[in-house]
Design a protein around this ligand. Structure first.
Ligand code: NDP
Ligand code: GDR
Length: 326
């Protein structure tokens, strides 16, 4: 039986990755940081019905002593670092926290792995945000980076540290440059879930409008369940490497609104209002990934289309709000 440690286990990807690894027979340890509302922490794992199947470890990626202790105790075969301050917009308001967690946090874990379990395989959750002001129309592993937010700058540090530990110490480290991936478990602050949740609430008469930022931005959106499969595949290869994980199709925020509202039989133009509060100091206008390497080397392809993804999310939000009303 293999043992895995997942940081960020309470997040969207942590929940789906736990499910995948449990299904494969892994013993899964998940890092939980202390908070005064511990009961809310396991919400996503509960949604998947696996909250009692994960072993929880108290810690924080900012505390290298805690990370070392945990890795020494459980001696994982695989470590997945998914923990981050992951909301791009918040990174302008909290740039130093974002740097500490999303950049230095990666180094803390790499160091703990190097010292306590150097044979363990390590996955770093890198991001398409690192391409920022895009230097090529379709972004691959060879495309130069141009980060546009404190979040993206921090992710770039984590990415290069992951490469550096591989090259310096011969460790099995992989960086997954994942493009946006969503699901019914996505946080409400991110645009897809914000829109599917609003479409459901408006349909049920619980809201009457949806304030939005830049509708012209486009993203390459996939389903989180497909993307965690790519993470696992990376750590099953003979050596570590970097991979772009994307669908190869980009869709505007405007079209996201159209598709989500159509799902409930409404026209988004009747409800969506522009609100400058949701604009960003510097925008990433377009992202479009080239997943050719992941397909060739990992045999990975996404299974869920954008339309299927949004339909699943709207359906889940309708159910949630209907249940609350009943
Ligand atoms: P979420 O925001 O849903 O989850 C973030 C997780 O990080 C939560 O479990 C959170 O714990 C944890 N966390 C935050 N700070 C700390 C800390 N100091 N110590 C320990 N844990 C901490 O993110 P996603 O699941 O969407 O994304 C997973 C990773 O992938 C992130 O690193 C993200 O930046 C990256 N990524 C995501 C993409 C996407 O489209 N979803 C695309 C590319 C990269 P808590 O519950 O306590 O808040
Ligand atoms: P992103 O995701 O910044 O790409 O980062 P988000 O869903 O927040 O924004 C996507 C695009 O939509 C535009 N937008 C809005 N965004 C939000 N959140 N709210 C709005 O009201 C709104 N209106 C327009 C944004 O300006 C942006 O262009 C996500 C995170 O998961 C990161 O952690 C991850 O690394 C990247 O995806 C890949």
């Amino acid at each position: 039986m293999k043992t895995a440690l997942i940081t960020g286990v309470t997040g969207q990807d942590g929940a789906y990755l736990s499910q995948l690894l449990l299904d494969k027979g892994y013993k899964v340890h998940g890092l939980i940081r202390r908070s005064s509302h511990a009961e809310a922490h396991l919400r996503r794992l509960e949604w998947l019905g696996i909250q009692n199947d994960v072993t929880y470890e108290d810690g924080n990626i900012l505390d290298v002593s805690a990370m070392s202790r945990i890795i020494r105790e459980i001696k994982p075969d695989e470590v997945y670092n998914l923990a981050a301050q992951s909301f791009v917009k918040a990174s302008w308001q909290q740039p130093l926290l974002t740097s500490q967690v999303t950049a230095i946090g990666v180094n803390n874990i790499l160091e703990a792995v190097r010292l306590e379990a150097p044979e363990a395989r390590f996955y770093q959750a890198s991001s398409s945000e690192m391409y920022g002001l895009i230097q090529e129309p379709q972004q691959s592993e060879a495309t130069p980076f141009y980060p546009r937010s404190p979040y993206a700058v921090a992710k770039l540090f984590g990415h290069w540290m992951t490469v550096n530990y591989r090259e310096s110490f011969g460790m099995h480290t992989s960086s997954g440059i994942l493009f946006n991936h969503e699901s019914p478990l996505r946080g409400l602050e991110f645009v897809t879930r914000k829109v599917t949740d609003a479409a459901a609430r408006i349909k049920l008469g619980l809201a009457s409008e949806l304030p939005m930022g830049n509708l012209d931005a486009t993203r390459d959106w996939g389903h989180a369940r497909d993307y965690v499969r790519a993470m696992w595949l990376m750590l099953q290869q003979e050596s570590g490497d970097d991979y772009v994980v994307a669908t190869g199709r980009t869709v505007s925020v405007r079209d996201l609104c159209r598709v989500a509202f159509e799902q409930v039989g409404l026209n988004y133009e009747d409800y969506v209002k522009l609100d400058a509060a949701f604009l960003r100091p510097a925008e990433v206008d377009v992202l479009l990934g080239d997943p050719a390497k992941a397909k060739a080397k990992l045999g990975w392809t996404p299974e869920v289309t954008f339309e299927q993804l949004i339909a699943e999310m709207v359906e889940a939000d309708l159910e949630r709000h209907s249940a609350r009303r009943a």
